[in-house]
Design a protein around this ligand. Structure first.
Ligand SMILES: [Mg+2]
Length: 388
């Protein structure tokens, strides 16, 4: 069976799933402050600098018999033309089952202008659409195609700020997005320590606590940050340096040898993970399946991690069907991240769910849909209506 057509479009209407339940109380969800310009005092605390102006990208892959699969990624403005004008003509007509080959073709051909950044987003959407298509053609869930399930269910942690609500939902581990960057120096360190203290007091000593710094620090600041966090027994410190500051990650490893370090959501393709594994500069890899290169890339990264004795915990892995299937399949993936964006009292089912049909964690663990492909419950008409 050959790939008959690949086509991408911006997501114009992602509101198919409504929210029926009113919040119990006004709760602070994600802190408005993890932004790329947080090193400047005038931008600190302005979360809008974390966003881009583009909507999500939806990619559809069609087989010769009319069966179709769907993938998603971000930044539609530049990503849609990379797919439609560059990647789609390259792999149309290839064997629809040969995802190792099609990924490798896209990866190598993208070297003309660089496989990093937005190019990897485009490759991810195409690869995800092809894996969904393979699952539908064979009538099996993607996690089985990947060799899973690795476990009965995925053990999840919650990311957010509403500690009471996250505990009520049954999560046994909590990650806090820290909004305080280095622009304010000791003031930021004091506030971050207060936040860690609040979180630890709320969840108790038995549950795991993690802190995500959203990639806005320097080694000098983050070493001091890690030392301040030491009394709060962080399971890991996450995204503490500029993503491509590979020497910085090695320096952090040397200067805070006692702290488990995690990163990787903004690394793309398997290559940065290979280097980090070789240097042992971080302990836990966090690729995002919609950005890093899709299923094919996270499989490569999972095997690199296993070879080096490291762990994987996909970024936002529980917040869409793609990550759920990969986390369920990969023996290297030890945790599933669920970003809790439903306010206190609003069921997790009514929060942000970009792929209809996806399940949500129950008592802190999750089993993905076993429907074919990624189990995304969208008809072709519904999908085309959402992409205009
Ligand atoms: Mg992160």
């Amino acid at each position: 069976m050959k790939i008959e057509r690949i086509v991408a479009a911006p997501l114009r209407d992602g509101s198919r799933l409504g929210r029926a339940t009113s919040p119990r109380a006004k709760s602070e969800l994600l802190v408005d402050g993890g932004n790329t310009l947080a090193r400047y005092r005038e931008f600190t605390g302005r979360g809008s600098y974390h966003d881009t102006p583009w909507s999500d990208t939806v990619c559809m892959a069609f087989a010769e018999d009319g069966t179709w699969g769907m993938g998603m990624t971000g930044h539609a403005g530049p990503v849609v033309p990379i797919i439609n004008e560059f990647l789609a003509p390259l792999i149309t007509g290839e064997n629809v089952m040969a995802t190792e080959r099609t990924w490798d073709m896209m990866f190598n051909h993208a070297s003309l202008f660089g496989v990093g950044g937005l190019t990897s987003y485009a490759i991810s959407a195409v690869d995800l659409a092809l894996w969904d298509l393979k699952g539908k053609l064979l009538g099996v869930p993607v996690y089985e195609l990947m060799g899973g399930p690795a476990r009965d269910k995925v053990h999840c942690y919650a990311t957010g700020m509403d500690f009471d609500w996250m505990l009520e939902c049954g999560f046994e581990a909590i990650k806090v997005p820290c909004p305080y960057g280095e622009a304010l120096g000791n003031v930021s360190l004091d506030r971050a320590e207060d936040l860690a203290g609040l979180a630890r007091a709320a969840i108790g000593d038995e549950r795991e606590l993690m802190m995500d710094c959203w990639s806005v620090g320097s080694v000098e600041f983050m070493v001091r940050f890690a030392e301040r966090m030491r009394p709060y027994n962080l399971k890991w410190l996450e995204d503490f340096l500029y993503p491509e500051d590979y020497e910085g990650f090695e320096e952090m490893r040397r200067r805070v040898p006692w702290q488990t370090l995690a990163t990787g959501e903004r690394w793309v393709t398997h290559l940065p993970f290979m280097e980090a594994a070789a240097k042992r500069s971080v302990d836990i890899f966090q690729p995002d399946i919609r950005w890093v290169g899709g299923v094919t890339a996270v499989q490569k990264i999972g095997h690199i991690a296993e070879g080096a004795g490291l762990q994987v915990a996909l970024h936002g892995g529980m917040n869409d069907s793609f990550g759920q299937h990969a986390c369920h399949a990969m023996s290297s993936n030890t945790w599933g991240e669920f970003l809790v964006d439903s306010a206190s009292g609003v069921p997790l089912e009514e929060g942000w769910r970009p792929t209809p049909g996806m399940t949500v964690p129950v008592n802190g663990s999750l089993v993905p849909s076993d429907a074919p492909g990624f189990g995304i419950e969208l008809t072709r008409d519904e999908l085309e209506a959402m992409t205009g």
